[in-house]
Write a protein that binds this ligand. Sequence first.
Ligand code: FMN
Length: 166
Amino acid sequence: MNSIYHRISVRKYENRPIEKEKISEILKAGMQAPSAGNQQPWEFYVVTDREVIHKLSETSPYAGCTDKAPVVIVPVYNVSMCRFPSMVIEDMSICVENMWLMADSLGLGGVWLGIAPEKDRMQRVKEVLGLSDGWEAFALFPVGYPAESRQQQNRFDEKRIHWIDC
Ligand SMILES: Cc1cc2nc3c(=O)[nH]c(=O)nc-3n(C[C@H](O)[C@H](O)[C@H](O)COP(=O)(O)O)c2cc1C
C-alpha cells in the first residue's frame, strides 16, 4: 500500500531496459483488476521497438515523454466482448492504476497518458499498432527506471469529506 503514497508520474527514464519478469509483474497486476461483471475487457501491447515508440509519442500532444521510455505498455479494450460496455472506461482505469502502483513497487516509474475517450488520439494509436476491428486504445503507459524523483503531493483535504452520522 506504500505505493499509493509514493507513486508519481515519471516522465524521464534511465537509458536501460526493464527485466522481462518486471514487465510481467506489471501486466499481471493490470489483469488482476476488478471489472464490471468480471468482464476483463483488456489486452495489452508491450512495445520496445524504437520506431513504434516514436510513433506512439506523436499520437497525443501530451505524450512526448513516451519517446525516451524503454517500454510502452498500451492497454486496449473491446466492448463487443462486454456484458456491461458502459463500464469499460472504469474497468480500464482500475487496470492502469494497478499497473502504475505495481511499477512503483518494483522500483520503476511510469505515467498514464490519456488516449481514450479522445477519438483522434484513439484513432492514431489504433493505426500505429494496427489494431483489429473492435479493439480500441485506452492509454499509453511508458515505463522505465526513473530518472527523476520527488515526493508525492499531499492531497488529503478534510473539507471534501461529508460525514452523515447516525
Ligand atoms: C486519466 C489521466 C490522464 C493523464 N494524461 C496525461 C497525459 O496525457 N500526459 C501527461 O504528461 N500526464 C498525464 N497524466 C498524469 C497526470 O498529469 C498526473 O497524474 C497528475 O498531474 C498528478 O501527478 P502525479 O501522478 O505525479 O501524482 C494523466 C493522468 C491521468 C489519471
